[in-house]
Design a protein around this ligand. Sequence first.
Ligand code: HEC
Length: 184
Amino acid sequence: MHKRVLLLALAALAACNPDDVVHRVGWFATMRHQRSIKPYARPIPPVAGTVSITGVEPAADLTTADRLANSRTRTSESINRGRFVYETYCLVCHGASGRGDGPISATNGQTPPGPFFGVRSLVNDTIARRTDGYIYAVIVSGQVMGRGLMPVYGDKVRGNDRWDLVNYVRTLQAQARSGSGARR
Ligand code: HEC
């Protein structure tokens, strides 16, 4: 009888992940089980009463986006910052000159093509005629703006960076018009 109980206990132990068992003993605590922020995970929400130092970040949706006012003047400082943010987050899909031909875009003209479908040009006439607010709102959430194929960037690009990015997209559009865009 005792033997059977022992066998059962051993079988139960074997079925467990050793990390799950071992960390129950205080001095064996492993670092695998912990409350940590994984890359690209949403940051912990700010403590109640926190005051924003980057200004209020307007929420955006399809009906109100066009009315958002760009709070950043198109200075070279703003455009340079926008360029840095663009190259960090957007270039992989939209490409260095904004034509939708970034390294992971399916329409980058390379063999084999990138895996990401549906990437749009940011420098054609249609998007050039869009308001700053529209571009801002797509950055915050493509989903909300009916652009469901684009991942959400509102949790990564924050504060002034969003408008600086809009300003840089305008620079790319101007370059495309004058034919001075990077590549092609
Ligand atoms: C992982 C690929 C990917 C990345 C990275 C990405 N986008 Fe997009 N973007 C897309 C796709 C796909 C669409 C088209 C979405 C749709 O039509 O549903 C799109 C659409 C857009 C549009 C709307 C174009 C139109 O014609 O209405 C804008 C503006 C835009 N992206 C800007 C940006 C900016 C700025 C960044 C950097 C923060 C960025 N995107 C990062 C994939 C991406």
